[in-house]
Design a binder for this molecule. Structure first.
Ligand code: GLC
Ligand code: CA
Length: 539
């Protein structure tokens, strides 16, 4: 069995919004210097790599995913010098940093677009996708369906439409134009020279358009991404390219490109199915999602996650499944956004500690490297009143004091959570670090156990058959050091029983709680409490 060799193959990632993390200069906005001040927090928690949400110059029409200058830091967040300091301070602590690379589009405020949209003869005009006919590429779906009515927007000066898969303030770049690829390589070069460890590449399925297709996952898009990978490898080996492709299982795996494209891809197909499995008290949706995904090339890995900065996406589920998810996880329709649910993990799971621990332990047990969304390690809440997805991007709650210790300013740039269950007095880092039985301590312990066993958990995965549809049971790794993961998705205590995988074992210990169980007559039997997950090590 191949040993995992690359740092990202069993790393714990932490997704962070710099703007919402910690304000160092009292202007109410989190910044790079603030993040530097908090670096010890990450090492204390035990994570390996930070993924920074976009920190580039931007008019913030899409929280920074609308970039007006790829090689500048947003002035709210600091300077390029601060960034250099961040990278070196993180590396000194053994922490890695990846950042978003938004290839698909720019902001309408980018000079390329500002120049190109007023002058058809400018070389920048051809950096974007234009048409006089708004019926072109009619088979491409609209992604932000709550806001946009078309993927085309009229440009009066040149009397034609420009193409955009997201907000109309985010024109798509034209990847038929080789200069665009060259520009993107310059951007990649710029940041890799600064020492970052890789990129989370945003919205990759949409790079190229082709009439008669849905304009997603096209061969030419894959060819461009492979060219980008070759370029990155030329600069430096072992830099990570992580793919954001919210697609069906068959299409997601294509982004590994037989080892020539991305080293990592988010496992989008399994995410909503974990929530379905929990609500249905049935492991089948998880099993289905795993069975759809073939083996991935050596040196590649999945990125697994429960939540991120976007709505919990329900694009890649059947209409019935989507209705099921909406009815069960978002009965209040205000939480629905586009084809998803804009809620954080803890509110989705009713702030139920058992469910939070179960789902997080499952996340860390599945094939892949787990991603934690900032604040979920303390069970932060959300605010449905805020615009778009801002309600899940509120300031990190450090303490119970004013503004949760996020800023010294009178007001944070976005309101803190006020809901009594989730407000800073109820939920904050300081209190949870000091309480031995807090959710934060659970994450801390889980990360530690994950890392101690990471070679095992990243290897062989085999389902264990049980009499209970409510139980997800599988083995990770090979004998003798194998771990059996057993999770009870139901609200009842169930008896789990399986033949002992080896005759010499007499006991099992749950690595997460330290509980031990005896093995009698070559059978491991144990009561599995409602919503519990055990990582059993046999001895
Ligand atoms: C990705 C990001 C999302 C953004 C979109 C457009 O899906 O995760 O936040 O709005 O791309 O850039
Ligand atoms: Ca600030």
């Amino acid at each position: 069995m191949a040993i995992k060799q690359h740092w990202y193959e069993n790393a714990v990632f932490y997704e962070v919004s710099v703007r919402s993390f910690y304000d160092s200069n009292g202007d109410g906005i989190g910044d790079l210097k603030g993040l530097i001040e908090k670096l010890d927090y990450f090492t204390q928690l035990g994570v390996d790599c930070l993924w920074l949400l976009p920190i580039y110059a931007s008019p913030l029409k899409d929280d920074g995913y609308d970039i007006s200058d790829f090689c500048q830091i947003h002035s709210d967040l600091g300077s390029l010098q601060d960034f250099d300091e961040l990278v070196s301070s993180a590396h000194q602590r053994g922490l890695r940093i990846i950042m978003d690379l938004v290839m698909n589009h720019t902001s309408a405020d980018h000079t390329w677009f500002k120049t190109g949209r007023v002058d058809k003869r400018s070389p920048y005009h051809d950096y974007y996708v234009w048409s006089v006919d708004p019926k072109k590429y009619a088979d491409a779906r609209i992604i932000f369906i709550d806001t946009e009515t078309s993927n085309w927007t009229w440009n009066e000066t040149t009397k034609e439409y420009y193409w955009h898969r997201f907000y109309s303030s985010q024109p798509d770049l034209n990847y038929e134009n080789p200069s665009v690829i060259e520009e993107m390589k310059r951007v990649i070069h710029f940041w890799l020279q600064k020492g970052i460890d890789g990129f989370r590449v945003d919205a990759v399925p949409y790079l190229v358009e082709q009439e008669g297709t849905n304009c997603e996952n096209l061969p030419k898009t894959h060819a461009i991404l492979q060219e980008i990978r070759r370029y990155v490898d030329e600069i430096s080996q072992d830099k990570l390219l992580l793919c954001e492709a919210n697609q069906w299982p068959n299409d997601v795996v294509e982004y590994f490109g037989d080892g020539k494209e991305f080293q990592m891809a988010f496992n989008f197909p399994i995410m909503p199915r974990m929530f379905m499995a929990l609500k249905k008290a049935n492991a089948a949706p998880i099993r289905w999602a795993l069975e759809q995904l073939p083996q991935i090339p050596g040196g590649c890995q999945w990125g697994t996650f429960l939540r991120n900065h976007d709505e919990l996406t329900l694009e890649m589920v059947s209409p019935e499944e989507r209705t099921f998810m909406w009815e069960n996880y978002s009965p209040d329709s205000r939480y629905r956004l586009n084809l998803g649910i804009r809620r954080r993990l803890s509110p989705l799971l009713e702030n139920d500690r058992r469910k939070l621990e179960l789902m997080t332990a499952l996340l860390f047990s599945l094939p892949g490297s787990p991603f934690i969304y900032y604040g979920d390690e303390i069970g932060m809440g959300d605010n449905v009143e805020l615009f778009d997805r801002n309600g899940l991007r509120t300031p990190m709650q450090w303490q119970s004091g004013p503004n949760a210790g996020f800023t010294n300013a009178e007001k944070a740039f976005i309101p803190l959570i006020a809901d009594p269950l989730y407000k800073p007095e109820s939920i904050n880092v300081a209190a949870q670090i000091n309480a031995p039985d807090s959710l934060w301590q659970f994450y801390h312990h889980l990360i530690k156990i994950f890392k101690e066993n990471s070679q095992k958990v990243s290897q062989t995965f085999k389902w264990i058959e049980t009499d209970h549809a409510e139980i997800a049971a599988f083995s990770r790794g090979d004998l003798p050091g194998q771990i059996l993961v057993v999770a009870n998705l139901s609200d009842k205590t169930l008896e789990f029983s399986t033949p002992s995988p080896g005759s010499k074992f007499t006991s099992a210990i749950d690595l997460l709680t330290g509980k031990t169980f005896q093995i009698h007559s070559s059978t491991l039997s144990l009561p599995l409490p409602a919503y519990s997950c055990f990582w059993l090590s046999l001895y």
